[in-house]
Design a protein around this ligand. Structure first.
Ligand code: SF4
Length: 319
């Protein structure tokens, strides 16, 4: 694409961004690198509205600095992450804080060495935090670029090159944020609203937008889980998970023999590539060593949303 056309598109994009409501998001109004980093990690698999309204402000209230996060226990971090899912993110956040102490490094190369920081997150920290002249590619931006440059099946490397070619070096941060928002609000996976798109005139793929975007086929795996609830003297029997995505968190006891205990109810739950059919039982006997957690302190315990749902079944709030 000719430079002149790219420049016109860059200008239209920035003009559109100047009226974009998402520029008011709290992590866009701060220059605190830790806050920006935290928002990037939280937003990886969670909707903007949930992060903005609840998790981001609560987490920062509890851990206002990277130093305070580094000094906390993993259990404390998990308890503040409770309900957000994908707990590996919390684990990596904590590990990174402990590695760097009070400040994140300033180069992409150094950031890439830290746990849970990939190419996107490192670039986002450099662009949105340090205001460096670097391009950023997330799933939304990738879709916009593939369509704008009319690239079928563009691979990651090519998309990053296209992002570099399109980057507005006079306003790189606003340019990247604008592209991200354009993908989230206008250049949607289905039915992009090309008529109101600021890139409409220069976009090479607008007439066949679907051709340039293919959703990845995820292969889901079905599993049935049997969880048991045993309460004694106001405390719940739990175990500490030692492996998998919930490692380090508290979870309900697994039921060895579902035919012996009373089935209370069940629910469906999706996590990563798993589609879970969860059955909840009232456990008559417990044979192993357990952690006794007072029922009234569960709110602050490191438990997953899966465990929370199972507890709601026990409380009769979930059929
Ligand atoms: S014109 Fe349509 S396909 Fe092109 S970038 Fe805009 S919304 Fe996407």
């Amino acid at each position: 694409m000719l430079n002149k056309k790219l420049q016109t598109a860059q200008k239209s994009l920035l003009l559109w961004y100047s009226t974009d409501a998402r520029s008011e998001l709290p992590w866009r109004k701060t220059s605190n690198i830790y806050h920006i980093y935290l928002s990037e990690i939280m937003l990886q698999q969670t909707q903007v509205s949930r992060v903005e309204a609840t998790y981001y402000p609560q987490f920062l209230k509890r851990f206002p600095t990277l130093k305070s996060l580094a000094a906390s226990s993993l259990e404390d971090v998990f308890s503040m992450w409770s309900g957000l899912g994908y707990y590996r993110r919390a684990k990596n956040l904590h590990a990174t804080a402990q590695l760097v102490g009070s400040a994140l490094p300033k180069t992409k190369e150094e950031l890439l060495q830290l746990p849970g920081i990939g190419k996107y997150t490192a670039s986002a920290i450099c662009s949105f935090g340090y205001k460096q002249i670097v391009s950023v590619v997330d799933t939304n931006i990738a879709r916009v670029l593939a369509r704008f440059f009319a690239k079928v099946d563009a691979k990651e490397k090519e998309l990053w090159s296209l992002a570099d070619a399109f980057l507005n070096i006079k306003s790189p941060t606003a340019h990247n944020l604008a592209l991200m928002d354009l993908g989230a609000m206008v250049c949607l996976p289905k039915n992009p609203t090309c008529k109101v798109c600021p890139l409409h005139v220069e976009c090479l793929g607008k007439d066949e937008a679907d051709k340039y975007y293919k959703k990845k086929n995820i292969v889901y795996e079905n599993k049935t889980l049997h969880y048991g609830i045993h309460v004694k003297n106001g405390s719940l029997a739990m175990q500490k998970s030692t492996k998998g995505m919930y490692k380090g968190m508290l979870e309900l006891l697994c039921v060895e023999n579902p035919h012996v205990d009373d089935l209370i109810g069940g629910f469906k739950h999706s996590v990563t590539r798993f589609r879970l059919d969860v059955k909840v039982y009232r456990l008559k006997n417990i044979t192993k060593n357990v952690h006794w957690i007072a029922l009234d302190s569960l709110e602050n315990a490191p438990i997953s949303s899966l465990t929370q749902k199972a507890l709601r079944v026990y409380e009769g709030k979930l059929a």
